[in-house]
Write a protein that binds this ligand. Structure first.
Ligand SMILES: Cc1ncc(COP(=O)(O)O)c(C=O)c1O
Length: 445
């Protein structure tokens, strides 16, 4: 227990922080301040216990306050707080990359470090373009994303992303040469599917049409989330990802999986690509990499991609890209400690053993007022609510607030409530999250 909590700021002191992805005026009128965390719980500044139903923001996979991570970070700060990774190296960056390569999907054994999911995505897009150029196919500069995709907030990620509110204000600043596949959410055909929906593999064939439109030889990469989280949990229909892989192979297009939320155990395997048995060429990660303790991201690249860059004079830089904090020693220490915890406690696969209990629990919400769909996979769940006439998102926001009042943190996107608890969750906590959400849905009406 941290006895010296920073006192909660007074109402007027909330003005200076322009909060990200937040209704600032609503929040500052009714703040929800988290002050302490341990295991499955947060405590608010006024001492209320909050069960964490979203692993912070899909990142605290091993639960809060892990002593092993704190100790590793503290030790690293005392040993060497910073070292550059440009033309220099430090041992634990290599140790971490080797460690990650061991749990990577087949062949994705070359690791580029970033500081966030957004940076991982922009890095992967740049690597894709530079890779084709290195092989003499410099005309491959187009990207295909997907409607409802979320790939962070950099200009690259925003352009390939497909969430309208994240795009519409910035319209003229999008990357040129980007097109989008249709999304795979279809409540009409797939409502209340348990696990992956049966209907919709054919939606991948839209890629053939985009290829016919632009010509395959102009396309660098297709980027999708194996499971989209931010848009309200959108699952891939059975066979859909395999089909995307086949079409990409046929046209020599790289396939990028954005595993920023699905990585590090969320779906019962280290990565969703392993759970779905479809291997991309590049994979973006962040969040669970350090258990959320220190910002860090990693792009996993197939060996063939890395090898394509390793030509020309040996003293020449092969990829003109990187961040001051790429492979930051403190982040590397946090990631190594997180991986150690994940491995020791079996957390990279634990979601698989909880999946059916989780599925039954979240599907118990079926039949409650205004619940039009329930979706689940691994330790991911979502309940979609019917929007109020003319007020999209209002019902979802009220349900989110009610859950918080009742001591459970969930995540709201529009009228969908998403859940992605830490992978250490126990049965009674699964029950409490779902019961609280059910009560909130009834109360809000
Ligand atoms: C799939 C996906 N990609 C990228 C990002 C962006 O990550 P970050 O917020 O660390 O930049 C997110 C964040 O939620 C995400 O879910």
């Amino acid at each position: 227990m941290n006895a010296q909590l920073t006192p909660a700021p007074a109402q007027g002191d909330l003005d200076a922080f322009w909060m990200p992805f937040t209704a600032n005026r609503q929040f500052k009128a009714n703040p929800r301040l988290l002050a302490r965390a341990e295991g499955m719980y947060y405590w608010t500044a006024d001492g209320r216990e909050i069960l964490d139903g979203v692993a912070g923001l899909w990142c605290v996979n091993a639960g809060h306050g892990r002593r092993e991570i704190t100790e590793a970070v503290t030790k690293q700060l005392g040993t060497m707080e910073y070292a550059p990774a440009f033309q220099m190296g430090h041992p634990i960056a290599f140790e971490l990359a080797n460690r990650l390569a061991k749990i990577a999907p087949p062949g994705l054994e070359r690791i580029f470090f970033t500081n966030s999911g957004s940076e991982s995505v922009d890095t992967a897009l740049k690597i894709a373009i530079a890779y084709h150029r290195a092989r003499g196919a410099g005309q491959r500069i187009r990207f295909i994303g997907r409607e409802k995709g979320y790939h962070g907030v950099g200009f690259g990620g925003m352009s390939v992303g497909g969430m309208v509110n994240n795009r519409k204000v910035f319209g003229s600043s999008m990357l040129p040469g980007v097109d989008h596949l249709p999304h795979t959410l279809d409540v009409g055909n797939n409502a209340f599917s348990r696990g992956l929906p049966e209907w919709g593999a054919h939606l991948a064939d839209a890629l053939e049409r985009l290829i016919a439109l632009h010509d395959g030889s102009t396309i660098a990469a297709v980027i999708v989330e194996p499971i989209a989280g931010s848009a309200g949990v959108v699952l891939p229909p059975i066979g859909y990802l395999k089909r995307l892989r086949e079409i990409c192979d046929k046209h020599d297009i790289l396939l990028i999986f954005d595993e920023v939320i699905t990585g590090f155990g969320r779906v019962g395997k280290p990565f969703a690509s392993q759970a779905f048995d479809v291997t991309p060429d590049l994979m973006t990660t962040a969040k669970g990499l350090t258990n959320g303790a220190i910002p860090m991201g990693a792009v996993f690249a197939h060996r063939k991609i890395y090898d394509a860059f390793m030509q020309g004079p040996e003293n020449a830089i092969e990829l003109f890209h990187g961040y001051t904090y790429s492979a930051h020693p403190v982040a590397c220490a946090a990631a190594l400690a997180a991986l150690e915890v994940y491995t020791k406690e079996g957390l990279l696969t634990r979601a698989a053993s909880l999946a059916s209990e989780w599925e039954n629990a979240v599907h118990s919400l079926r039949g409650l007022p205004h619940v039009i769909d329930v979706r689940n996979y691994g330790l991911i769940g979502a309940a979609e609510l019917e929007p109020r006439a003319g007020k999209p998102g209002a019902r979802g926001f009220e349900v989110f607030l009610k859950c918080f009042e009742r001591g459970v943190m969930v995540r709201q996107t529009g009228d969908t409530i998403a859940m992605s608890p830490p992978l250490i969750i126990e049965s009674k906590q699964i029950a409490r999250i779902v019961e609280t959400l059910g009560t909130a849905i009834r109360e809000v009406g």
